[in-house]
Design a protein around this ligand. Sequence first.
Ligand SMILES: *Cc1c(COP(=O)(O)O)cnc(C)c1O
Length: 403
Amino acid sequence: MPSSRPPLEAAPRPPAAPGADFLPFALPDLGDEEAAAVLECLRSGWITTGAVSRRFEQAFADALGGGVTAVAVNSATAGLHLALEALGIGPGDEVIVPTMTFTATAEVVRYLGADPVLVDVDERTLCICPDAIAAAITPRTRAIVPVHYAGLACDMDAILALARRHGLRVVEDAAHAFPTRYKGRAVGTLDSDATVFSFYANKTITTGEGGMVVCRDPALLRRVRVMRLHGISEDAFDRYTSRRPAWFYQVVAPGYKYNMTDIAAAIGCQQLRKIERFLARRQALAARYAECLRELPLRLPPDADSGAGGQHAWHLYPVRLTAAAPLARDRLIELLAERGIGTSVHYIPLHRHPYWRERYALRPAQFPRAEASYQSLLTLPLYTRMGDADQTRVIATLTELLC
Ligand SMILES: *Cc1c(COP(=O)(O)O)cnc(C)c1O
């Protein structure tokens, strides 16, 4: 054997994996193309933000269409922080966020000294509920951060109408939503102020860690670019290619270190080229779950209305146990794990976490729909490298446990 290293496709499994044929709930899909692109980047001698990041930004913006500009960052969390900072969110301001999300959506509001106001979600989609937003608006409200839960677009017409009526900014947390479409348009090209995508390892495309801020407003883009790299008026790449002396730069603000490396961007460029195949595979897996699980005591996630130009990205496949189920959610997760099937819960609502609960004196009764959903919620395995036989095993095991 020339090497005992596993092939690149055999990505490491989660530490909790009890056996060799453990099926995790998510895995990245990386191939020889990504490996070659990374190697080429390493050999080029330029590994931080440079030409490859520029190429990834352009390719991502082109993939969305709609005349948007994309700015690459080292995580969606960084991107959300930058977008809200560029909009001037600060101490005393309130930003409305759904409780059914990852803590990153809300924590960035705290970075800026502002207060996230958690609101309940829509019972059917688990996306932020426009009526709950309307009820939460106060004179201090400055912005709304809708999360396109699981890869299904929020009710953006209602959210944008509310925002216009009350003079609020909208930053979409699109960590799950590439490529999601809403009424014929790609998420990222709607009429919000900015949209932020994630390329974390389990998202629909990955750069290991990474994110993208997408928007159209030149002033906002300028601020995001400056704050992405230490508040330096232009990034290092420009410094070394412009006609000014290479050593000269100007700091115009106390910025952050949020730039994407060219190593990550090299992976991103290759992932982006595979997006049609990735989406088709996710759609096929979701369609088969919908077909084969419909008789079980499970509430399945709603698809997008394709007749109205919608498209679900199927980042996640979250199901809810119905009252007819013979066992509770926690027990089902345990039994699935014993049978080698990984699941997760998206999400433990933010109002249940000690920091958010205590800081804002939150009670479960304020979020009845998120609460009820959380009790019965689990995410089934769905990722592009999952084979038909893997899915058959998930379906057969669920059928055995729930009938
Ligand atoms: C993954 C995720 C994030 C954070 O993305 P990172 O790239 O890991 O910072 C934010 N919001 C939601 C809803 C997510 O799922």
